[in-house]
Design a protein around this ligand. Structure first.
Ligand SMILES: Nc1ncnc2c1ncn2[C@@H]1O[C@H](COP(=O)(O)OP(=O)(O)O)[C@@H](O)[C@H]1O
Ligand SMILES: [Mg+2]
Length: 323
């Protein structure tokens, strides 16, 4: 499968540089990032760059599999393992033999399936549902998520030991608004994909493409560019034809950041704070948020913030002029 991971921005170049070494190592790999950021493209491109490129690439959307079926889907089942299992059936781990098994939305895997997956990752062995025989499969497992797996560990929805296993090789894909330099090249590529390489965006449309928040990331950019190009009769595509919503977009991480910024600035103005005082006040707020999240367990709150317990006490004392 031919996949091209585009983008010469510093962040994307950093990711691209790591692909060949990761593909050579064939170690279990975790890809994180928001929806539409390019996690699938990266998984496919790892496969394409690996020795397994001529073997299957099997993508599984874990969220789409019902809990009751997921283990049988992945690991297969023995004859008579459950009502309706008239025949033994191999699972996707078998289908992906010698190739890549891409488990997307790994966060939604049931705890039972997580346990089986961990065992498979550690030993290369698995057992089909209803079978007492261990089987082996040589499969490179790549997983992806748009969720905070650490948070899911805290709420006991995700196994901590599995997270440790997955985190060893990790690729974090940033949202598009953090690598805006790539918008021009991506836009040109998507125009070409729908045979509209002769079309171009007006200066106002270009400014809008460059400044929009893109909550749906590259996927949203692709859809906007492709549909504008296909629906527009003229060679020049106007800003209106992009159909992007006005600045009143729903709350996203980016608009959340703007709100935080405005609130912080208001605090600085109202209280006449210096940068040092405002930073200390922010640290205090984060320490108290961590304490709340950890039910006042100071050791755990400190661990989450990567500081030691004594620092927690220090940060909590109010610096002059900031209360
Ligand atoms: N760096 C990139 N270069 C080219 N196309 C990309 C890139 N990132 C994302 N895309 C395109 O954007 C869309 C969404 O990407 P995808 O990998 O499915 O995102 P995710 O899996 O993170 O939701 C796809 O059509 C993909 O081809
Ligand atoms: Mg995806």
């Amino acid at each position: 499968m031919e996949v091209s991971l585009l983008g010469g921005s510093a962040v994307m170049a950093g990711i691209t540089r790591r692909l060949d070494p990761v593909a050579r190592a064939e170690r279990t790999t975790l890809i994180t990032g928001p929806t539409g950021a390019g996690k699938d493209v990266i998984a496919q491109s790892l496969h394409a760059r690996s020795r397994r490129c001529h073997e299957p690439f099997i993508a599984v959307h874990c969220a789409a599999l019902p809990d009751s079926l997921v283990e049988a889907e992945l690991f297969g089942h023995a004859k008579g393992a459950f009502t309706g299992a008239f025949q033994a059936r191999g699972g996707l781990v078998r289908t992906a033999e010698r190739g890549v098994l891409f488990l997307d939305e790994i966060d939604s895997l049931s705890l039972g399936a997580q346990a089986k997956l961990l065992r498979f990752l550690e030993t290369g062995e698995f057992r089909a549902v209803g079978s007492d025989q261990s089987e082996k499969s040589d499969t490179w497992v790549i997983v992806a998520t748009n969720q905070d797996l650490r948070g899911r560990v805290q709420s006991q929805l995700f196994r901590e030991d599995l997270l440790y296993r997955l985190e060893v090789v990790r690729i974090d894909v940033p949202p598009l608004c953090q690598h805006r330099d790539d918008i021009t090249v991506l836009t040109a590529h998507f125009l070409g994909e729908v045979g509209c390489q002769h079309k171009y965006f007006s200066p106002a449309a270009c400014r809008r493409l460059a400044s929009y928040e893109w909550p749906g990331n590259v996927r949203e950019l692709r859809h906007r560019v492709e549909s504008a190009a296909l629906l527009c009769d003229a060679t020049e595509i106007s800003e209106d034809e992009l159909g992007l919503p006005e600045a009143t977009e729903p709350a996203t991480a980016a608009s959340g950041e703007r709100t935080v910024k405005a609130t912080l600035w208001q605090m600085v103005e109202e209280r006449g704070m210096t940068l040092a005082q405002a930073t200390a006040a922010c640290e205090k707020m984060l320490v108290s948020a961590a304490l709340e999240a950890e039910l006042n367990n100071r050791a755990r709150a400190a661990a989450r913030l990567g500081i030691n317990v004594r620092t927690i006490y220090k940060k909590l004392s109010v610096p002059p002029g900031s209360s």
